[in-house]
Design a protein around this ligand. Structure first.
Ligand code: SF4
Length: 249
């Protein structure tokens, strides 16, 4: 499924005016089922998007990055989602030789030692597998929301992702709040990660995620030992790399 050289089709819509379902429909019609995929870490946003997506396309492409350090609860959720929707999920794993070399040199829990070590681990276990996944699509769908963190405040609903080779990046829930997401989940009785009932707000790898106190910033449970401004894993480049329409590199 490596991408063939092709001219990326434009998506000439006023994306900002579209609701999540219509945005997904436009993206599916423009790119086609085989060239558009949901990148799912199975947070509540991803489950909402998946639920909307299967209403438009019964066999949507969904991929996930299995870092090898995910909590058991995330795997349990993935199984529930597979059963509920009857869909195939594409798992992307890190390169085994790269993980072996990294752990041999730095130990299994290198991320606690320094920001450089943490970014190295995220690079090997997440960023490089994401690059492989995105080489198979012309567009990817993410659960980014503008109010999650300051660096996502200007996330466009559809923008060009230049970081991953000129592909579309679709954020159907960009203008949703956390309350909107949870209202949808409860209304549709969608499955969600059991850790949310134990105080976890944003869930990633087990050693890098912890519960937050009521009212605390939801992102405070991710890489909590670092300064707030460094708490991104490199999967999502800042909005400045995105545009509202096609352009050449
Ligand atoms: S979140 Fe933690 S365990 Fe997961 S890839 Fe990043 S540093 Fe490694």
């Amino acid at each position: 499924m490596e991408r063939q050289p092709s001219k990326l089709p434009p998506i000439p819509v006023d994306a900002e005016a579209l609701g999540a379902r219509d945005l997904l429909r436009v993206a599916l019609e423009a790119l086609g089922r085989d060239r558009l995929a949901l990148a799912a870490s199975f947070g509540p946003e991803d489950t909402v998007i998946l639920d909307l997506l299967v209403g438009l396309e019964p066999r949507p492409r969904v991929f996930t990055l299995d870092t090898g350090r995910l909590p058991d609860e995330t795997y349990e959720l993935i199984e529930r989602i597979r059963r509920r929707y009857g869909i195939e999920i594409e798992f992307y794993f890190p390169d085994a030789a790269a993980v072996e070399a990294m752990v041999r040199a730095n130990g299994p829990n290198l991320f606690y030692e320094s920001l450089d070590h943490r970014l190295l681990c995220c690079d090997v276990r997440k960023v490089l597998p994401l690059r492989r996944a995105l080489a198979t699509v012309d567009g990817w769908i993410t659960g980014l929301r503008r109010d999650q963190i300051a660096t996502r405040a200007r996330t466009p609903k559809i923008g060009l992702d230049l970081e991953h080779g000129l592909i579309w990046k679709v954020a159907p829930l960009a203008d949703w709040t956390s309350a909107d997401v949870w209202a949808y989940i409860r209304e549709r009785e969608l499955p969600y990660n059991a850790l949310h009932d134990r105080g976890y707000a944003s869930i990633g790898c087990a050693p890098c995620t912890r519960a937050v106190a009521p009212g605390e910033d939801p992102r405070a449970g991710r890489w909590w030992w670092e300064r707030p401004e460094s708490r991104e894993c490199g999967l999502h480049v800042p909005h400045a790399a995105l545009t509202d329409g096609p352009r050449s590199r």
